[in-house]
Design a protein around this ligand. Structure first.
Ligand code: NIG
Ligand code: FE
Length: 408
């Protein structure tokens, strides 16, 4: 039986908001005094609350003083790790560079050591804690990368942890294999390591149903373009979706992402006009990771330029123990918006349907018929209050698949 949720002061629907390019706020598609008719997990109809009332006898009453948005989508996180990197962060505060720390065997390698040592139970409990914090903040779909295992046994361990956590939490987790994060110390040759992953790990992911997406960190300090390309082409031929850590410190990764038809190219802090135009012409979503810029004290992704050129821009946290420990999507999106001069429509699109598109998910991120009933409500009477509060004020109601979540 269907259920009507409302009335809301404003429902920000994004029903017809374009997938690509710059957006004015008049593209949000706002319904005043709105309601959402939900059946099972999906939205049946959205419209004027009083008109929808005739369609069902079951009403989840909201007293008209809230703003409703689609549930947020975080399309780039590394939520499974052991230990902490507080030492790294302190070194970076005193001026040491992220790449230098990595070169000296710290950084990602530090998390690899601690993640390998951790038990699946410890890793799962950390993941569930972080995913529930995200859900509480309105993030109803969360991509989760592996990448601190760096060998077949530990990458499988981490991805099994993600699979097992999925059954225990309400948010959706979308696993991605980032075994090609950096070359582990056991391998002298980066190419040999990628061949090992291609032969020994990727087929197992398919057989065990652990991930349908492959990521790689394309950087001279991780995997240079020339050798990354063969691995990602092989992954594509096996049927995986691709996403790439691209242009964080040096360009090259975004070109590869576009050439290989990757779902997304993420980071892009170093992208120049050439890469911006390339992305704008493609269907590859450009993912800005303001949390990494804040965690490293470096430039933001040039989102204004990307949007003006016509690209689809998503915003994600990159939540990880090293470069982006904060993990607060709304705070980070609001900060990116004020620095990059983005409209509210562009910021919210980047946290909802554009981020869903980066994951190949067309069933969420808009409040429209057939979409998943993933919804967030803020206690305001004007949507502009949300970003004005710079992410400090969170939603006070969250629905996943039409069900109001208990506040955990
Ligand atoms: O997206 N840049 C590469 N990987 C992660 C950071 C991982 C880490 O520092 O542990 C990122 O920023
Ligand atoms: Fe990342």
């Amino acid at each position: 039986m269907s259920k009507l949720i409302g009335p809301f002061k404003e429902v920000l629907t994004f029903t017809k908001t374009p997938q690509k390019g710059a957006l004015e706020d008049d593209k949000i598609g706002i319904i005043q005094n709105g309601g959402v008719l939900v059946d099972n997990e999906k939205i049946l109809e959205v419209g004027d609350f009083d008109q929808l009332k005739s369609k069902t006898s079951e009403v989840e009453e909201i007293n008209g003083d809230h703003i409703l948005l689609p549930g947020f989508v975080d399309c780039h996180t590394h939520l499974v790790w052991g230990g902490t990197r507080a030492r790294d962060y302190t070194l970076r505060m005193s001026g040491e560079s992220y790449e230098k720390i990595l070169e000296q065997g710290g950084g990602i390698f530090d998390s690899v050591e601690k993640t390998r040592k951790a038990t699946p139970e410890e890793l799962k409990s950390g993941l569930i804690k972080r995913a529930n914090r995200h859900l509480h903040d309105g993030v109803t779909t969360i991509e989760v990368k592996s990448g601190y295992g760096l060998d077949v046994e530990n990458e499988l361990k981490v991805l099994e942890v993600v699979k097992s956590a999925m059954a225990e939490i309400e948010a959706d987790l979308i696993p991605t294999c980032l075994a090609a994060h950096v070359c582990p110390k056991e391998f002298k040759d980066k190419k040999d390591f990628l061949i090992y992953l291609e032969k020994e790990l990727l087929p197992q992911l398919l057989v065990k149903g652990l991930a349908s997406r492959i990521d790689i960190f394309v950087e001279p300090s991780a995997f240079p373009v020339e050798i990354a390309r063969d691995y990602m082409s092989a992954a594509k031929n096996l049927g995986f979706d691709l996403t790439i850590h691209a242009d964080q410190f040096h360009t090259g990764g975004s070109q590869m992402a576009v050439d290989l038809g990757a779902r997304s190219a993420d980071h892009l802090e170093a992208s120049s006009q050439k890469e911006i135009e390339l992305l704008a012409k493609s269907d590859t979503v450009a993912v800005a990771l303001p949390g990494a810029s804040l965690g490293l004290g470096m430039n933001f992704t040039p989102t204004r330029k990307l949007l003006d050129a016509g690209a689809s821009v998503a915003i994600s946290t990159d939540w990880n123990p090293g470069s982006a420990p904060m993990g607060d999507l709304l705070v980070q999106a609001a900060i990116l918006g004020i620095y990059e001069k983005m409209s509210s429509a562009e910021i919210f699109a980047g946290m909802t349907f554009r981020a869903a598109h980066a994951l190949g998910l067309g069933d969420r991120g808009r409040i429209a018929p057939e979409m998943k009933a993933d919804l967030v409500a803020f206690p305001f009477d004007d949507y502009r209050e949300i970003l004005y509060n710079q992410g400090k004020l969170k939603p006070d109601m969250v629905w996943k698949n039409g069900n109001r979540i208990k506040h955990v």
